[in-house]
Design a binder for this molecule. Structure first.
Ligand code: SF4
Length: 357
């Protein structure tokens, strides 16, 4: 590891930047009425809903029922690109809407709430990040998907949690030194897995950062037969207890494929909808975010993801407001870093299919 493997945090989020988690409360009648109305709006406007696994079940069900899509951020972008719909309504957070626009400049991209952001994106402002990159010109810049379009435009590569280890391993094998941003926990995990020479930006996901190692140990002692599934944005002491460390897609796959009936899950609890759908017979337990050592703020549900709901979705389809735009030159440069990942993952899957054949 480089002597300067981590970086003094040049920017930290203030408490005021973190909203409370407020989930839309609607009764069965309103839900049915809104769902009916939105289905008609989508059809009339040749629009589809592209939702993240962390959004509310109402939105995920609606996306599934109307030819839309529910997935992780990379697959959401891929689906948007392949879809014939003229409008994509991205239910997720801002960087997902921006990525959809970058990959589909000809489409109209709407979001239910433009305030839906992400602590990783907010914790890595482009001006400060750019100055840091300028100070280390001999490093390849690798950024996580959870960044603004402007930060992606400053990067050489964009990666996701499912692809970060493979990409960094490849770059390290070419003797490259790496700037990693913004998630420090994912960065530490990637560094540990690859041995790469990395300078790591000190951002964090406020949801995953709250998982508590000590309380997880206690919970595991009460459920010794349970497998522990952990997203790598979690602290190292939580990751160390995992049977599987992986992206949201990998976590959903694990619950269907692993030989266990009980799972402790350390990621946003919005994912439980798809996990339970994929494996209804399995028992899912939330990993602890509070306990003796602290109380939680987000309590395993992202405040920004929770800003998406049926009421706002219907409203945005009615008004056409909340459209996402990305400045042309930023989009052009950001697309290069995204495209590198898309090419890398399709080459990798072609190679593994050839090896399997
Ligand atoms: S769960 Fe964390 S990483 Fe995901 S959008 Fe929310 S703050 Fe960002």
């Amino acid at each position: 590891m480089s002597a300067e493997a981590t970086l003094k945090n040049p920017y930290s989020l203030s408490k005021e930047q973190i909203p409370p988690t407020i989930v839309e409360q609607i009764d069965a009648v309103e839900r049915a009425n809104l769902t009916k109305k939105i289905k008609a709006q989508l059809k009339q406007q040749n629009a589809v809903v592209v939702a993240h696994y962390y959004t509310e079940p109402d939105l995920q069900i609606l996306a599934d029922e109307t030819g839309g899509y529910v997935s992780d951020s990379l697959d959401m972008a891929r689906f948007g690109h392949e879809s014939e719909a003229e409008t994509l309504v991205v239910c997720g957070v801002k960087f997902m809407g921006e990525t959809a626009k970058i990959l589909n400049p000809e489409k109209r991209i709407l979001m239910p709430d433009l305030n839906a952001n992400c602590s990783l994106d907010l914790g890595c402002p482009e001006d400060k990040f750019s100055a840091f990159c300028d100070a280390h010109p001999d490093h390849v810049v690798v950024v996580y998907a959870n960044t603004s379009a402007a930060v992606k435009a400053r990067a050489d590569w964009m990666v996701t949690s499912g692809s970060a280890v493979d990409v960094v391993k490849q770059l390290a094998s070419e003797g490259k030194k790496i700037i990693w941003a913004p998630d420090k926990y994912l960065g530490d995990y990637v560094q540990q897995e690859t041995g790469a020479d990395m300078l790591i930006w000190q951002g964090a996901c406020i949801v995953h950062e709250e998982f508590k190692a000590q309380e997880l140990e206690t919970l595991r002692s009460h459920h010794p037969e349970a497998k522990v599934l952990v997203h790598p944005e979690s602290p190292a002491a939580v990751i160390a207890q995992a049977d599987l460390v992986g992206s949201t897609t990998a976590i959903i796959k694990a619950v269907t494929e692993m030989d266990a009936t009980k799972f402790i899950v350390a990621t946003d609890k919005g994912i439980f909808h798809k996990m339970q759908q994929a494996a209804p017979e399995k028992i899912l337990i939330e990993a602890p975010t509070a306990g003796k050592s602290a109380t939680c703020i987000s309590c395993a549900h992202c405040p920004w993801m929770a800003m998406n709901g049926l009421r706002k979705l219907s409203k945005v389809l009615e008004t056409g407001k909340n459209e996402i735009f990305v400045e042309v030159e930023i989009a052009r440069r950001a697309k290069q870093s995204i495209q590198r990942l898309l090419d890398f993952t399709s080459n990798k899957s072609a190679t593994s299919m050839a090896n399997d054949a």
